[in-house]
Ligand binder design. Sequence first.
Ligand code: ATP
Ligand code: ZN
Length: 677
Amino acid sequence: MSKFKRTLITTALPYANGPIHIGHLAGVYVPADIYARYLRLKKEDVIMIGGSDEHGVPITIKAKNEGVTPQDIVDRYHEIIKESFQKLGISFDVYSRTSSEIHHETASEFFRKLYETGKLIEKTSEQYFDEENKQFLADRYIIGTCPKCGFEKAYGDQCESCGTSLSPTELINPTSTLSGNQPVLKETKHWYLPLDQYEPWLREWILEGHKEWKPNVYGQVKSWIDGGLQPRAVTRDLDWGVPVPVEGTEGKVLYVWFDAPIGYISATKELTPEWETYWKDPETRMLHFIGKDNIVFHCIIFPAMLKAEGTYNVPENVPANEFLNLENDKISTSRNWAVWLHEYLEEFPGKEDVLKYVLTANAPETKDNDFTWKDFQARNNNELVAVLGNFVNRALVLTQKYYEGVVPAAGELSDFDKETLASISTIKADVEKSLDNFRIREALKNAMDLARLGNKYLADEEPWKVIKTDPERVKTILNVCLQVTANLTICLEPFLPFSMDKLRGFLNLEKMDWERLGDAALLPVGHKVNTPELLFEKIEDSVIETQLQKLENTKKANEMATAKAAPAKENIEFDDFAKMDVRAGTVIECEKVAKTKKLLKLTIDTGIDKRTVVSGIAEYYQPEDLIGKQVSILVNLAPKSLKGIESQGMILCAENADGTLSIVSPDKKVKNGSEIR
Ligand SMILES: Nc1ncnc2c1ncn2[C@@H]1O[C@H](COP(=O)(O)OP(=O)(O)OP(=O)(O)O)[C@@H](O)[C@H]1O
Ligand SMILES: [Zn+2]
C-alpha cells in the first residue's frame, strides 16, 4: 500500500426513488464508513464520496404514478436519504446529487470528450416505440419474457430474476409499461461504448493484475469477460437526465449508468479544488464500495469509460458485498420489505451504533446473509451490553468506589497483567490486517476481542474480592483495566464512533490516533475519570415483538395487494339462485359469545321475526357498533347449533384476501324483511 499517498473512497450512489434500508447500509455504507474512519484515525489522506443517483426511468415512472414531477421525487428522497445518513454518522466528506449543475456539466464534458476523440460508436437501429405515448421504450418502460430464464416481467435493461443484463429487443413478448400495448419498432440513433475493444485490457488489468480482489468480485468479472463483451449504448430516448451534448439530439439523454458513476467525480469537484489529484494522480488509490448488483458497472463499464477518457485512474480495489436479506426474504423497496433507516432512527433513538454493530457483525461479505430481529437483540444484549458495556462499567464504577475516580498507580505487574497488556498490540495488528484486506466483519470481531480480554481479566482477577485481602494489588488490577478501557476508545472508534465518544467522556479523555493503540499508559496515574452511565442498554422482548409485528403487517398488506380473485364458479339457473331467501334485517342486540375469540351472538329483526344468529365476525366488529346496523341475512339456512346457541340464519359478508370480513349492508336503509336478490 506504500505506493499510494492518498485514498479516494466512493460509495454507490443510492437511487433517489426510496429511502435507505439496512441492505444498503450493510452492503455499502457501513463498511465504507468504518474503513474511512480507520484511515482518518491513521492520519492518512482520505476522502469519502457519496450522493444520490437522481436520473433513470424508475424515477420518471414513480413521478408519473404520483402525478408529480421527477424533480419532486428526487428532492423528497434526497433529503430523507441525506438526513438519515447524517444521523447514523456515515461520515461522507461530501454528499452530492446527480441533478446538480456541477454534475450535468461534468457528465456532459466527459461524454463530449469521448465523442470528440472517436471513442464512441454512432449507430442507428430499430428500437421499440409506444405509438400511443409517442415515446421510445427504454429500460423499465418495457417488460417482457427474459430470453435466458423465462421470467415474464423482465425489464428492458435487466432481468431481476436471473440478473442478466438485457436490451429491449431481446425480450420475448415485449409490452409497453406506459400503455400496456405491443410496441412497434422504429429507427433511432444512439452512441455506444465498444466494450469489446477493452476486453484485452480488462483481462490484463483485473484477471492478471488483481487476483487479490474478493473472490465474489473477481469471479463475476471473469464470467462477464469470458462471456464476451458487447458494445453498450450510453444514450437513451428520454427526457429526464443529462441531455446528450451533441447538436441535433433533442429528446436524448445519457444512460443513467453512464452518468451515475461520473457523479463520483462531480461530487469530488464540489468538495475540493484539488479534485484532479484524487482522480488522476497515480499515487491516489481509488476504492469503490458497492453491492453485488453493481459489480459489472464498477469493474467493467466505468473503468472502460475512464480508460477511454484517458486521464483518469481506475480503481485499485472494488470490495463489493453480497446481499443482506431480512427475516429470510429478499429486501425490497417496492414490497416495503425492509427495515428503513429513517424509521429505525426514530424508533431506536441513541442506538445508531447498535445497528452498525449488528450489520457489521453479520455483514454479507462473502455470501448473502440474513438480518433477523432476534439476532439484533441477541447481539446487543449478549455482546454490546454483556461484554463491552459490562466491562467498562465495572472498571469505572470500581475506580469510583475505591479511588474516587482517580487512576491508581500499578505496582509490580504479574505475568497475566503483562500478557493482557501485550495482547492489545496483537489485537491492533489483527484489526489492521483484517481491515487492510476489507474483511470488516472479522475486524470488528478482532476489535471486540479487546473487550472480551478485559472482561475475562476482570472476572479472573476479581478485584471486588481481592480488596478485602490485598488492597495494594487492586490498584494494579484497576490500572490495567483502565488502560484496556482507554485502548478500547481507539480500537472500536471506527466501528462504534458515538459510543466511543461517550466512553471518552466517562474517561475524561481526548480522541487519540490509531498509532497510540497498544500503549499501556494512555491514562496517567492521578488522572480523574467521571462517573459512568450505561454505555449500552438491554433491548427487551416487547421491542422486538413490535418490529416483528410490523413486518407481519407488511406481509399481510402484500398478500392483499397481490391476491387474485378466485375464478368464477359454474353457471347456475335463476331458480337455483331463487332458492336462497336473503332479507334486509336490523341488529337489535349483540354480544360476544363467552370463551370464544371469533363469535358474536346477534338478535336480528328480519321483518318476519326476531331471531338469533351466531356470526364469526368478532375480530372485525365491536358489539356496540353493530346495534342498529342493517345487514343482509340468509333466513332459510337450516338452523345450526354453535357453542350451544342455535343460529337461525347467516349474515352475509365480503371476505378479503387476508380473511378479514366486511358486512354487506343495503346501500340505503330499506324496510326490514325486504328481499335481496
Ligand atoms: N439487500 C442489499 N444488500 C446489500 N447491498 C444492497 C442491498 N440492496 C441494495 N444494495 C446496494 O446498495 C447500493 C445502493 O442501492 P440502489 O440505490 O442502487 O438500490 P437498489 O439496488 O435498487 O435497491 P432497492 O431495489 O432495494 O431500492 C448498491 O450498491 C446496491 O448494490
Ligand atoms: Zn432472467
